[in-house]
Design a protein around this ligand. Structure first.
Ligand code: ATP
Ligand code: MG
Length: 491
């Protein structure tokens, strides 16, 4: 299978670019991931063209170009397309790279003379194919087609050399394995285990981008399991390594690490968004920190609280956007919510919605579904899940925050003729805790009466009740609330 003719469907926009380059006397090939995807029969994510034209020559023949990056890549803009893979088609002059003293970038980049020069610098054989759109010739100097056939990821040239040049390629190998459901060739795997430490030289952002693609792939567990076996997991976070081989109690068939992988894989199967998948992967990350032996069983008390903190550290260290971090952290924090529809009350559901927020409540339910599947337990019966969802629907109409109370701080000051101070906050928290129990109490008339009663209490007692209410509003952990009750001697 070498240099044969291949027929692929190529969008008109891309064909045109090739024609224009050829008519101007230059060579033009589709290269990299798009050729690999065409051979596999997957839709390419982007279309990359390699040419022997130099950046200034490319810019001259394409009026609608808009940039040139440090590698001489020129973006050609197609304004009249709705296909987002065609909005910008990148044209890059052939390159030869050499000397990688920092393990991530070439010291020297020269223009290559031939397409073969350019293919030789590419990471894996399957990514080192070139397709001449006009003649339908496929160039395959490194046996990429055969590797695609075998579903095998193999470096172009010696793997230890290639990983030494740019350590990120090790994560790219895992990511592509997971996206394509390919295996990594044996010597390439060995080279990863011996070069893993070089990832210290790679920025957290570049690792995050590959990690994100792994998480968003169809079978993220495949790459993450490989990461754990080849010594790369550490560079996502050493915290995950602590759960490897760690047994849990009888409710769990799997170790902590296996459980996280299975939970994540289910989130991927359901096509859930990034923050839900990150939460699925991290929800039990703190179990190794909280494991204690109690009556011949392992317990993990508070692992969701410690886990939320750890997740924030891990995701922030990887430079995930703050919004994604906060959503994932919240899901981890509240993933232990109680959902037995036989026993749960509407007021308990209201507190859960309040804690995780109306924007995340459905994601929390989704996370629970993944968590169950990841444990190896059968799916929740559709009836119970439906019942729980209908309880959420019901409480979503109720007030669940101080802002939604029928009375506000200014009203309280007016009614009590007292100035601002902590007592206002205490009264509001107490009123909210009562409304969370019973939403009907949210009428201004009822509230005004209650404000009078509460204002008449001694300030010590009001503070005690206020703190109990705040704890209760924020948490469904009775033990914590009990402690505060005792401290302030209130019921
Ligand atoms: P995707 O489907 O995610 O776009 P891809 O393989 O096309 O995957 P890109 O990051 O778009 O990945 O890179 C395009 C091509 O550039 C690759 O197919 C490969 O030939 C080459 N390439 C990218 N990154 C590297 C690298 N770190 N080292 C060597 N070659 C690389
Ligand atoms: Mg690509």
């Amino acid at each position: 299978m070498k240099d044969a003719k291949y027929k692929f469907e190529i969008p008109e926009e891309v064909k045109n670019i090739s024609r224009i380059l050829t008519d101007a006397g230059f060579e033009s090939f589709l290269v990299g991931g798009c050729v690999r995807d065409l051979v596999i029969g997957r839709a390419p994510k982007d279309w990359d063209i390699a040419t022997n034209a130099k950046p200034e020559e490319i810019i001259k023949i394409f009026p609608k170009t808009f940039y040139e990056n440090e590698y001489g890549t020129v973006g050609v803009v197609n304004e009249d397309t709705s296909d987002k893979t065609l909005k910008v088609v990148e044209i890059t002059p052939y390159r030869i790279e050499s000397g990688y003293s920092d393990f991530r970038r070439p010291d020297k980049v020269e223009w290559g003379k031939t397409i073969e020069d350019d293919l030789a610098r590419r990471d894996f054989t399957m990514n080192a194919l070139a397709y001449n759109i006009l003649t339908e010739d496929l160039l395959d100097p490194f046996g990429g087609l055969e590797d695609i056939e075998k579903k095998m990821i193999r470096t172009v040239g010696r793997p230890d050399e290639r990983f030494g040049e740019d350590a990120l390629r090790m994560f790219r190998a895992l990511r592509l394995a997971s996206e394509l459901n390919f295996a990594i060739e044996h010597d390439t795997q060995i080279a990863i285990t011996t070069h893993a430490e070089l990832l210290e030289h790679i920025s957290r952002e570049r690792i995050r981008d590959e990690f994100t693609k792994i998480i968003m792939s169809e079978t993220p567990a495949l790459a993450l399991d490989l990461a754990s076996r080849l010594g790369l997991l550490n560079f996502i976070s050493p915290e995950f390594e602590k759960g490897i081989g760690m047994e849990q109690n009888q409710a769990h068939a799997y170790t902590v690490w296996e459980h996280l992988l299975r939970t994540l894989n289910h989130a991927a199967k359901k096509d859930f968004p990034l923050h839900v998948r990150l939460a699925a992967f991290a929800h039990d990350v703190a179990k190794p920190h909280t494991r204690k032996r109690l009556k011949n069983q392992w317990t993990f008390y508070n692992h969701e609280v410690v886990g939320a903190r750890l997740s924030r550290t891990i995701l922030t260290d990887l430079h995930f956007p703050k919004e994604i971090v906060e959503k994932a952290v919240k899901l981890v924090r509240w993933h232990m919510f109680f959902s037995d529809t036989e026993k749960i009350t509407l007021s308990a559901v209201r507190r859960i919605v309040r804690n995780v927020g109306t924007d995340l409540i459905w994601d929390l339910v989704d996370l629970r579904v993944c968590d169950r599947i990841g444990t190896g337990r059968p799916k929740e019966t559709p009836f119970r899940l439906r019942k729980y969802k209908s309880m959420i629907e019901e409480v979503l109409r109720d007030p669940i925050s101080v802002k939604q109370l029928g009375i506000n701080g200014a009203d309280i000051m007016r009614l009590t003729k007292a100035g601002p101070g902590p007592h206002i906050g205490f009264i509001l928290e107490i009123l909210l805790s009562e409304v969370l129990e019973n939403p009907k109490l949210n009428s201004p008339e009822h509230m005004e009466g209650r404000v009078g009663e509460l204002h008449a209490l001694k300030s010590e007692e009001l503070a005690g009740l206020g703190k109990v209410a705040r704890a209760k509003n924020q948490s469904d952990e009775e033990k914590e609330i009990e402690k505060i009750r005792e401290e302030y001697k209130v019921q």
